[in-house]
Design a protein around this ligand. Structure first.
Ligand code: SAH
Ligand code: SF4
Ligand code: F3S
Length: 482
C-alpha cells in the first residue's frame, strides 16, 4: 500500500483541509479514531466486507475502498457477517441490478439482529435516479449511498455515518476530477489493474455505461507511470491497463498521447514483465497499436476485441461505427502482425430488430475469427439508452434459442482453438495453489489460457516455463520444463 500522508500525525482539532487528498486523509484519521474507540469497547477491531459486483474497473475501485478501510483500521473479511458491508454495484444488464435487491434484503435481516452494523452502496447502479429513490423508500436500513464520480470521498462519508445516525446519500451527475494517491489494497501481490482512463464517450445505443460513468477522462501519463513504477517496486510483475475504450486514451490530455505510446512507456518500467489491457474498441484500434503488440515482448499475446454483432446493419443500429468487413479486416491485420495472438470477444444476442439473417452473420464472424473465448450476453433493455426506445424488441424465446446456438458454437471452437499450444513450452505466471488439488498450482500463459501443473505456494507470483502436456478444452495440464 502507498500512503503519502501519515494518518496518525493528523491533527483532528483543526478544520478539515480544502485540498482534496489532504481532506480525505483527515477523514481517514477521524475514522481511525472511531475504530480505536470500537476496539477499546469491544476488545476487537471492526470487520469490513467489500463486495464487488461489476467489471474489472469496479474491481479496481473496490481495491480503493479496501485501501481506505485498511488505512482506517478495519479488518478485511469476505463474509457479509461484518460490522461494515459495502456493495460496489453494476448495472450493465438488468440481472446484475436485480441481484443487488435480493442480497440487500438478506443484509437488512442481518442488521435487525446487529443494529450497529453499517451498510453502504456505491458503483454504477447508484447513478440511476430511480434506483436511489427505491432505496430511500424501501431500504431505509441502508446507511450510505454514493456514486461513481465521488468515490474518492469515501473516507469523508464513512466518517459521517460512523458518527451520525441518518442515511447519507450523495450522487453526482458527472465530474472532471481525478484524485491521485489515495490508498489501495491490492487483491494480488504480483498483478494489478491500473486505471488509465475513466468514463466513456461512445454511446453504443444499448449501453448504460456512458450515463453512469460519465465522460471520458484520461489520467496523466506521469501519474500512470509513477503508479506502475511503485507497483513494480512492490513486487508486481503484471499490470492490466484499464479503461472502457483504451484505444482512445490520451485524446483529451493537455499534451495528447496515444495508447500505443503509453504502452511503450509502461513497457520500459523495470520489473514489469507483462502488460495487458482492457477494453479495446475496434473502431479506434490503430496500426501503431498493432505494431507495438508485434514488437514489444512484454505486451501479452491476447486481445479482447468486442464484436457485439456480426451484422453490419445491427452494428449501425448499435452505433458501433464499424462494419462486419472492417472488423474482419482488423482481425486479419492483427493475425498477420502477431500470428500467435489469442482473440476473445463480447457478443450481444437479441438486440432490437435482430433477424435470423443478422444472427447468421454473427455466427459467420465467430466461425471465421475462431475466438479463444467469448462472453455472450442476451440483450438487456436499459432505460434511458436509445435502444430501449426501439420498437422491434426480439421475443425472449427467439433470443434464448439464438443464445444457446451461439454458446454451443463458441464453446466448440474455443475447445479446438485452445489446444494449439499442446506439447510446447510456454511461460506461465503462477497465480495460486489449485483450488481442487493442493499438489498443483495454477497460472496463466501470455495469451491468458489457464495452466495447472505440479508445484507449491512458493511459486506464486513467479514466471515459470511450463511444458503443456495435455489440453483439457479450456485449460492445460503441464509440468515444469527443465
Ligand atoms: N467498454 C467495453 C464494454 C463494457 S460492458 C466495450 O465497449 O467493449 C461489457 C459488455 O457488456 C459489452 O461488451 C457488451 O457486450 C455487454 N453489454 C453492454 N450493454 C448491454 C446490454 N444492454 N445488454 C446486454 N449486454 C450488454
Ligand atoms: Fe458501453 Fe460502448 Fe462505451 Fe463499451 S464502448 S462502455 S459498450 S458505450
Ligand atoms: Fe462496469 Fe457494470 Fe459499471 S460493467 S462500468 S460495473 S455498469
Amino acid at each position: 500500500m502507498y500512503n503519502k500522508i501519515d494518518v496518525d500525525k493528523i491533527d483532528l482539532n483543526s478544520e478539515p483541509p480544502t485540498d482534496e487528498l489532504e481532506r480525505q486523509y483527515y477523514f481517514m484519521a477521524k475514522c481511525r479514531k472511531w475504530v480505536n474507540d470500537f476496539k477499546q469497547k469491544n476488545g476487537r477491531f471492526p470487520k469490513a466486507c467489500v463486495v464487488n459486483l461489476g467489471c474489472q474497473m469496479n474491481a479496481r475501485d473496490s481495491e480503493k475502498l479496501e485501501g481506505i478501510l485498511e488505512a482506517v483500521g478495519y479488518q478485511k473479511t469476505a463474509s457479509e457477517d461484518a460490522d461494515f458491508v459495502i456493495y460496489n454495484t453494476c448495472t450493465v444488464r438488468e440481472n446484475a441490478n436485480l441481484k443487488v435487491y435480493g442480497r440487500l434484503g438478506q443484509l437488512g435481516k442481518r442488521k435487525e439482529k446487529h443494529p450497529w452494523m453499517k451498510i453502504a452502496l456505491c458503483g454504477c447502479m447508484m447513478q440511476e435516479p430511480q434506483v436511489v429513490e427505491k432505496l430511500k423508500k424501501s431500504y431505509r436500513f441502508v446507511d450510505l449511498i454514493f456514486g461513481t464520480h465521488n468515490i474518492y470521498k469515501f473516507a469523508e462519508y464513512l466518517a459521517e455515518i460512523l458518527t451520525k445516525e441518518q442515511m447519507v446519500v450523495e450522487i453526482w451527475k458527472d465530474t472532471d476530477r481525478i484524485v491521485e494517491n489515495l490508498p489501495v489494497d491490492r487483491k494480488y501481490p504480483f498483478k494489478s489493474g491500473v486505471n488509465i482512463m475513466f468514463g466513456c464517450n461512445n454511446f453504443c445505443s444499448y449501453c448504460i455505461v456512458p450515463y453512469v460513468r460519465g465522460r471520458e477522462r484520461s489520467r496523466r501519463p506521469e501519474e500512470i507511470l509513477a503508479e506502475v513504477k511503485r507497483l513494480a517496486d512492490d513486487g508486481v510483475v503484471e499490470v492490466m491497463l484499464l479503461g472502457q475504450n483504451v484505444n482512445s486514451y490520451g485524446k483529451n490530455l493537455e499534451h495528447p498521447m496515444t495508447f500505443a505510446q503509453l504502452l511503450r512507456e509502461v513497457a520500459k518500467v523495470e520489473g514489469i514483465e507483462r502488460i495487458r489491457f482492457m477494453t479495446s474498441h475496434p473502431k479506434d484500434l490503430s496500426d501503431e497499436l498493432i505494431e507495438v503488440m508485434a514488437s514489444e515482448p512484454k505486451v501479452c499475446r491476447h486481445l479482447h476485441l468486442p464484436l457485439q454483432s456480426g451484422s453490419s446493419r445491427i452494428l449501425k443500429q448499435m452505433n458501433r461505427r464499424y462494419t462486419k468487413e472492417q472488423y474482419l479486416e482488423l482481425v486479419d491485420k492483427l493475425r498477420r502482425a502477431v500470428p500467435d495472438i489469442s482473440l476473445t470477444t463480447d457478443i450481444i444476442v437479441g438486440f432490437p430488430g435482430e433477424t435470423e439473417e443478422d444472427f447468421q452473420e454473427t455466427l459467420d464472424v465467430v466461425r471465421r475469427v475462431r475466438y479463444d473465448s467469448a462472453f455472450t450476453f442476451q440483450y438487456s433493455k436499459r432505460s434511458g439508452t436509445p435502444a430501449a426506445a426501439m420498437e422491434n424488441q426480439v421475443p425472449h424465446e427467439e433470443v434464448q434459442r439464438h443464445f444457446d446456438q451461439l454458446l454451443a458454437e463458441v464453446q466448440q471452437i474455443a475447445g479446438e482453438v485452445c489446444r494449439r499450444d499442446e506439447h510446447t513450452v510456454r511461460q506461465v505466471l503462477v497465480e495460486s495453489v489449485n483450488e481442487h488439488d493442493a499438489s498443483l498450482v495454477s497460472g496463466r500463459m501470455s495469451n491468458n489460457t489457464l495452466v495447472h501443473f505440479p508445484g507449491d505456494a512458493s511459486l506464486i507470483g513467479t514466471l515459470q516455463n511450463v511444458y503443456l502436456e495435455e489440453s483439457r478444452g479450456f485449460y492445460y495440464m503441464g509440468r515444469l520444463a527443465l
